[in-house]
Design a protein around this ligand. Structure first.
Ligand SMILES: [Zn+2]
Ligand SMILES: [Zn+2]
Length: 353
């Protein structure tokens, strides 16, 4: 007998987030949100984990939701449970993968897009800015995961909340990168990158002389999201700046929180391709930026890609799997993904390309 269809973790999580939004502020709203995140981040079918953690009043409601066979039935059940309320922020949760979806997509993906095939571990942070582990610990963790090269990308000083690196900090970190490469460069070649700020007018927060001291300049928006503003010109200025290698998390969206920047993306991606600026697919679960629709558009514009974990601790390095899953769903050619290249080839791209 076939197994009865059950809703996916993503659909179940969406129903729980919708219910949270239809509640006023208070314990019920928090319980729905907590259950939503538990389902969204669950390694396997979430049913047991979420029921175990739920308060007694929520358990029968969860059981009802879990009996639903798909997204339509779930939406109808959520409407009934909320007396016909309307969720407000669905647009902040579109085109995200629940954790279990990542495993399913990768299991069926082109083997060249599997995380273990990625030679380069790109975009991670250390205690030099807002990461939780020192440079050397992160580099060893990259090596253990099978990488043969890696790019550290702490924040620049422009992001004060992350206590970013100033010029002196950059030079101190450079010495440690050089030391790592002298001792362990045959196992893991380390490149010094920096995640620099795209300011409100599209300029970069560190001068060209400092950019030139770095191996890899990764430009990103972390402030001035301004949902009413078209951000095309700001992004074009950033990706046309000399010595910028990569546009990181291009939309700056955040799950259940921010919908992301508005821009004429075809234009932005075309200029990225013209300037040989790589477009990042950031796999940090709350970012997932680009999503697969925009990644497909970037590919049609001729872009090259770089997959990132945006790890702030060694255990986050596995978030590159989300980026691999997005690349697979966007049907990107592995040859357009820089992480698949050998260290020498990536180095040529950094310094010549
Ligand atoms: Zn960032
Ligand atoms: Zn980052």
């Amino acid at each position: 007998m076939p197994l009865r269809n059950r809703a996916s973790n993503g659909d179940l999580a969406e129903a729980l987030f919708s219910l949270a939004e239809m509640e006023g502020l208070g314990d019920r709203r928090i319980a729905y949100l907590k259950a939503g995140y538990t389902v969204f981040d669950a390694e396997g079918p979430a049913h047991k984990a979420v029921l175990d953690q739920a308060p007694p009043w929520l358990k029968p409601l969860l059981s009802q939701l879990m009996e639903c066979s798909g997204p339509d039935a779930l939406e109808a059940a959520a409407q009934r449970l909320s007396d016909g309320g309307r969720p407000r922020r669905r647009g902040t949760r579109e085109n995200y993968l629940a954790r279990i979806d990542v495993h399913t997509i990768i299991a069926e993906a082109d083997p060249d897009l599997h995380p273990q095939r990625m030679r380069g571990a790109f975009h991670w942070h250390t205690t030099d800015s807002d990461g939780k582990a020192p440079l050397e610990t992160m580099a060893r963790a990259c090596r253990r995961r099978g990488a043969s090269w890696a790019v550290v990308t702490d924040h620049s000083r422009g992001l004060e909340v992350a206590s970013g690196l100033d010029g002196e900090g950059m030079r101190l970190q450079r010495r440690r990168v050089d030391r790592w490469n002298q001792n362990h460069g045959d196992d893991l070649r380390l490149f010094q990158g920096l995640e620099v700020e795209i300011l409100e007018d599209g300029t970069i927060d560190i001068p060209q002389a400092e950019r030139r001291e770095l191996d890899c300049v990764v430009a990103a928006v972390h402030r001035h999201f301004d949902p009413d503003r078209d951000q095309t010109e700001r992004l074009l200025r950033a990706v046309s700046t000399p010595d910028v290698h990569c546009l990181a998390h291009p939309r700056a969206r955040h799950f259940h929180n921010r919908p992301g920047l508005r821009a004429r993306w075809e234009r932005v991606f075309t200029v990225c391709a013209e300037n040989d600026v790589a477009v990042e697919i950031n796999g940090f679960p709350r970012r997932q930026d680009l999503d697969w629709d925009l990644a497909r558009l970037a590919s049609e514009c001729g872009c090259i890609f770089i997959l990132a974990s945006d790890a702030h601790a060694p255990r986050h390095l596995e978030f590159d799997a989300y980026a691999c899953a997005i690349a697979s769903r966007a049907e990107l050619a592995p040859s357009t993904i820089l992480n698949t290249r050998r260290a020498e080839v990536f180095e040529d791209w950094l310094f010549v390309g």
